[in-house]
Ligand binder design. Structure first.
Ligand code: EPZ
Length: 430
């Protein structure tokens, strides 16, 4: 019974260091198998998802050497098995990046159909459309996606929806195709750019990442590299909201403020003060929060991965707010847990109608997925009394040392794994 137990009510104050971007790391680790030379990756977040992907990479024969907690060396020269087993894929959706990588390098990959956070239907038709356009045959049989190609040839691909995963996956395969590929309506997220920069540092020729048209000139072969992953935009945003929600003052360090603009703008709108420097953002929440309207959108819009943290803030703000989720249709499941803490939110379809309340009260709640889980922890930190959060395995998929970082900002919380430890915490706080 791993749980967080939280005594809420005190403002979080201090400095916090943000780690490497999980969603960039997952693609970069997969892409590292695309050369026979050794690749050194720094600033890798030590979270459950990256560790599972490293196991999957080992399972196909690549050599994985953990240099230290945040640095890993990968050598893909010994890859002998192009099948990624169900076990890994069920645990992390992003193992599908190994299709893009292996199809590119070996013209063949078999990967179980992806699982991942349960936030709505998550089709992969755009990935498949891209691979087919490059000349691959793609079949789904016995729960596996089977991709094969005699030869990959550059193509002009228009994505019907803006998809981070499809853009990255098709970009990886196109790097190894003959000739030029153009991906239109590409995703522009910072991690798409980071993966393109990583591939370019291995000898790829990718231009336009970060805009909606990416141009790739195929290169037959990639070489080794050393690369540091960008800071995690969503981890940073979560700590920025921790300041807003707990009426705190947090200096969020080791970030790229440009990647946080949509988050900073909304925090200012609801009454926080923001100070930016080259690689840090300070959020001060000294006034009552005020209502607003938010719609999640692909980058540079407000990220869907910040939607639950936003709702937790607005449910404590004065007045009525509206939050519309336009990326994943099932991303309001955590609202029931918030209701148990005293929030007043009504969900209709993809829209949450929020009436701000004065306070949350502690309750026993369950994390339904990664970002909602983190947001519920923030609610617990603002709540009167004790909150326990179950299923924290979801949170640990994407946040490194979440409770330790929060404790360093003054949070009264522990990670416990027995009833005895839970009672000990309750006794300690009185
Ligand atoms: C990535 O998921 C992230 N995951 C998600 O983060 C994030 O929420 C999402 O991008 C949006 O930013 C990783 O990077 C590992 P999409 P991804 O393809 O790539 C539809 C987190 O909490 N779509 O950009 O799976 C899809 O249904 C996680 O860290 C298709 O229709 O998301 C959705 O509505 C959760 N067909 C929209 O596009 C496709 O072939 C965007 O999805 C692909 C996607």
């Amino acid at each position: 019974m791993e749980q967080y137990v939280i005594k809420g009510g005190n403002p979080l104050v201090g400095e916090v260091e943000i780690g490497g971007a999980k969603n960039a790391a997952l693609a970069i680790l997969a892409a590292a198998t695309m050369t026979d030379e050794t690749v050194l990756i720094e600033n890798m977040p030590d979270v459950r998802d990256t560790n599972i992907l490293l196991q999957a990479i080992k399972s196909i024969g690549a050599i994985v050497e953990r240099v230290d907690r945040h640095t890993v060396k990968i050598n893909g020269s010994q890859i002998s098995n192009l099948v990624i087993a169900d076990d890994y894929v069920k645990k992390i959706r992003a193992s599908y990046y190994l299709i893009g990588a292996l199809l590119g390098k070996y013209r063949n990959a078999r990967v179980a159909l992806p699982g991942g956070c349960n936030i709505g239907s998550r089709p992969i038709d755009q990935h498949i459309k891209g691979w087919k356009a490059l000349g691959a045959e793609v079949k789904i049989e016995h729960g596996l996606i089977i991709t094969e190609a005699e030869k990959l040839t550059g193509s002009h691909i228009y994505m019907d929806v803006v998809s981070v995963g499809a853009t990255i996956n098709v970009m990886m395969s196109a790097v190894m195709a003959e000739g030029k590929t153009i991906i239109e309506n590409a995703a522009k997220e910072p991690h798409v750019v980071d993966v393109a920069n990583f591939l370019n540092s291995m000898g790829a020729n990718i231009k336009g990442a970060g805009t909606d048209v990416i141009r790739i000139r195929g290169t037959g072969k990639l070489h080794g590299t050393e690369y540091a992953i960008i800071p995690d935009q969503i981890e940073a945003g979560t700590f920025m909201f921790a300041a807003a929600i707990t009426k705190g003052d947090i200096m969020v360090k080791n970030v790229i403020p440009k990647h946080l603009e949509s988050i900073s703008a909304k925090l200012v709108e609801i009454g926080c003060e923001i100070e930016e420097s080259d690689d840090a953002v300070r959020v001060v929440s000294s006034k009552p929060l005020t209502h607003t309207q938010v719609k999640t959108l692909p980058y540079p819009g407000f990220p869907t991965d910040m939607q639950p943290q936003m709702v937790v803030a607005l449910a404590l703000a004065r007045g009525a707010s509206i939050v519309t989720e336009s990326i994943f249709e099932n991303r309001f499941k955590y609202v029931d847990e918030m209701t148990r803490m005293g929030a007043d939110i009504k969900v209709e379809g993809n829209t949450a109608f929020i009436s701000g309340v004065q306070k949350y009260t502690g309750a026993g709640i369950v994390a339904p997925d990664l970002r909602a889980g983190a947001a519920l922890v923030l609610a617990g930190l603002a709540a009167e009394g004790v909150t326990t959060v179950d299923d924290i395995k979801y949170i640990e998929r994407g946040y490194e040392d979440f409770h330790i970082k929060l404790q360093s900002l003054g949070a009264i919380m522990e990670r416990v794994d027995s009833e005895r430890e839970l009672q000990k915490f309750k006794l300690k706080i009185g």
